[in-house]
Ligand binder design. Structure first.
Ligand code: SF4
Ligand code: SF4
Length: 192
């Protein structure tokens, strides 16, 4: 099932009607009520298949703006794009990222994370790590099925977090459009 994408104009000033708040509250109540009665009608008449997703047999194609669990972008040679600068670790409000930096002596990019751990039990999928990264090395994926039976299993190491860049193209394209970037950061890549 495709989702409808609403583009939010973040720089628009509120009109005086919007600043009254009451019309917007009534509008919100109208939207909620409309969905409630539409669902109730579908349930009562047995015609809910048009808007009910039979999960897990059916999946929703999340919008590109969707924020699932954060993952690391892998270069063409399988190494992380991450240069272990630590900005995401610093920006993370739940303190769930741990990075141990290391070296790549024979690579044009000398720094790399020796280990990179995210505690998904603490991550709140806020996306601040993605926003702070200067290398497009950590992005929010569409993955949300991360339930486990133990807290230890929620510790995702670098090997579990790496995803090939080709599989993240939609998100990377969305980010470049969102932040006005034309392309990826211009450091030598892919073993160049
Ligand atoms: S999404 Fe937010 S909470 Fe999760 S690792 Fe990134 S900055 Fe931390
Ligand atoms: S993921 Fe980005 S912000 Fe985080 S350490 Fe690596 S390069 Fe720096």
């Amino acid at each position: 099932m495709a989702v409808r994408v609403v583009t939010v104009n973040r720089v628009a000033k509120l009109t005086w009607v919007e600043r009254l708040y009451l019309p917007m509250i009534l509008k919100g109540l109208w939207v909620t009520s409309r969905h409630f009665f539409r669902n109730l009608w579908g349930f009562a008449t047995g015609r809910s298949e048009a808007f009910v997703v039979q999960y897990p047999e059916e999946r929703v194609d999340f919008a590109d703006a969707f924020r699932g669990m954060p993952v690391l972008v892998a270069r063409g040679d399988g190494l992380p794009r991450c240069v272990a600068c630590g900005l995401c670790e610093f920006a993370c409000p739940t303190d769930c990222i741990r990075i141990v930096p290391g070296e790549l002596p024979d690579d044009a990019v000398e720094r790399t994370p020796r280990s990179f751990t995210i505690d998904m039990a603490r991550c709140m999928f806020c996306g601040l790590c993605e926003e702070s990264c200067p290398e497009e090395a950590i992005v929010m994926s569409r993955e949300v099925e991360i339930a486990t039976f133990t807290r230890d299993a929620m510790l995702y190491e670098k090997e579990h977090l790496l995803v090939p860049e080709a599989l993240l193209e939609r998100r990377l394209g969305f980010l470049r459009a969102e932040y006005g970037r034309e392309r990826a950061p211009a450091a030598p890549r892919d073993g160049a």
